[in-house]
Structures are given as structure tokens and as C-alpha cells.
Design a binder for this molecule. Structure first.
Ligand SMILES: Nc1ncnc2c1ncn2[C@@H]1O[C@H](COP(=O)(O)OP(=O)(O)OP(=O)(O)O)[C@@H](O)[C@H]1O
Length: 227
């Protein structure tokens, strides 16, 4: 479902004389439907960079990334938008939303974008917000003023409202209390059971061990620098 083949990444530091920094090379992995893999490796090893390349935010400088039948590396923006709409979900650590849009709408939006009728999308959003213990009094408010943990749960509700065949999870349990963490682990297990291919970054080692079938240490893809 997700394939990364011989990928390299360079960053050009425009404010530092155009220095080109190679941060990744020969990165390869595959994730099958129903499989969850964790990206591991020390801080700065390249976990987020690889995730952003799969999401289509960072350009791939060499090699190939494919999600479903979309070749992400080299895809036009409209292909990436279509991929994100139907196939690839992403739960980032932080919520980024347009101000003044109510929480219920933010959570329902991925289904609305797929043409699901409004009452059905909002019913599903209600169900997820309830499960994630976001009180009903908050549903009509913008989440911009919510606590870190509340924002993360809104993000999770949004990321799990559609049955994406592939999912990227960036520290999905980072700001959660024990009960909500358990709910989120349950959502991830359900996604696996229905056949989603999942790549995650988990500093929560117990969560990682419970959910992941394999660990991929991205340090193996860090270029060896000359001393
Ligand atoms: N936009 C950027 N411009 C230049 N260098 C970058 C950029 N983003 C990441 N890097 C560099 O790429 C390398 C990998 O960073 P990345 O954030 O992917 O690591 P990480 O494994 O996710 O780290 P952490 O666990 O601390 O989040 C680092 O050396 C970092 O400095």
C-alpha cells in the first residue's frame, strides 16, 4: 500500500550560501494493508522528513514513493490533493485549522469533501467526539482555544472519520491522559483490522510495541558524513 524505494532528500539552505545538505539516502520500506510500522531513530535522524515526503509536503530528490496507485514523488499538486482526500490520512501532533470554524465541522469535513451528506457526516463526527470525550458544549466552538490534549483529540477525530486505506500518525498519543490514550490505541487497532497501512512515529514505547508489527530505524538512511 505504501512503498518507499531508494529515496534521497537534500535541503538547500538558502540563507546560508545555498549550502546543500543531504539528510537521507537509500531509504526503502514497504507497508502492506493491515500493517503498522514505527519509524524510530534518534532526534534528527529523519523520521519527520520521511513522513513529510510520503505526505507530499517535501519533495523527493531521488527515488520513488508510492501510496496506493499514486506516485507521490513527482505528482502534480492536484494528484496529491486527491490522494489526501480519499486515500492517505495524516494525524499530526498539532492542530492547524482555519479560525472560527466550529469543531464539529472541522471533524466532519473530510467526509463532506468526499460527498457524504451533511447529516451523516455530522452524526459520525458526533460519535467520534463523544468517544474521544470532547464535551458537547465545545462542538460549536473553534478549537483554537482548546487545551493541547483537546486539540490533539480533535485532530484524531478528523484523521479517523474516514476509513483511509493509508495513515500517517505523528505521535498520536503525545498529550493524552490514560483513558484517552486507550481510546486512541483502540481507534488505531480498528484501522489496522479494517486493513489500513499505517506508518507512525511513537515516543510512547508501550503504544508502539502494542500496535506495530515492525520498527524501521531511519538512522540506516542517514548519510555517513565525512569527519
Ligand atoms: N526544512 C529543513 N531545512 C533544513 N534542514 C532540515 C529541515 N527539516 C529537517 N532538516 C534536517 O533534516 C534532519 C532530519 O530532521 P527530522 O526533523 O526529520 O528528524 P526527526 O528524526 O524527525 O527528529 P525529532 O525526533 O527530533 O523530531 C535534521 O538534521 C534536520 O536538521
Amino acid at each position: 500500500m505504501i512503498e518507499v524505494n531508494n529515496v534521497a532528500k537534500d535541503f538547500t539552505l538558502h540563507n546560508q550560501g545555498g549550502t546543500v545538505l543531504r539528510v537521507m539516502e537509500r531509504a526503502s520500506l514497504t507497508v502492506a494493508p493491515g500493517e503498522c510500522i514505527a519509524l524510530t531513530g534518534a532526534s534528527g535522524a529523519g523520521k519527520s522528513t520521511l513522513m513529510r515526503m510520503i505526505w507530499g509536503n517535501y519533495r523527493t530528490d531521488e527515488g520513488m514513493i508510492r501510496v496506493g496507485d499514486t506516485e507521490v514523488s513527482g505528482a502534480e499538486p492536484r494528484r496529491i490533493i486527491a490522494l489526501r482526500r480519499a486515500t492517505l490520512g495524516y494525524v499530526s501532533q498539532f492542530l492547524r485549522v482555519v479560525p472560527r470554524v466550529p469543531t464539529l465541522r472541522i471533524v466532519a469535513e473530510p467526509l463532506l469533501n468526499l460527498g457524504v451528506p451533511e447529516d451523516e457526516a455530522e452524526a459520525r463526527a458526533t460519535e467520534l467526539l463523544t468517544r474521544l470525550k470532547i464535551g458537547e458544549s465545545l462542538w460549536g466552538l473553534s478549537p483554537t482555544t482548546f487545551s493541547g490534549g483537546e486539540q490533539q483529540r480533535v485532530n484524531i477525530a478528523r484523521g479517523f472519520i474516514h476509513s483511509y486505506p493509508a495513515l500517517l500518525l505523528d505521535e498520536p498519543t503525545a498529550s493524552l491522559d490514560a483513558a484517552n490514550r486507550e481510546t486512541v490505541l483502540g481507534l488505531i487497532e480498528e484501522a489496522k483490522d479494517r486493513g489500513a497501512a499505517i506508518i507512525g512515529i511513537f515516543h510512547d514505547e508501550a503504544a508502539r510495541d502494542r500496535l506495530c508489527d515492525r520498527l524501521i530505524d531511519v538512522t540506516a538512511f542517514t548519510p555517513v558524513r565525512a569527519a
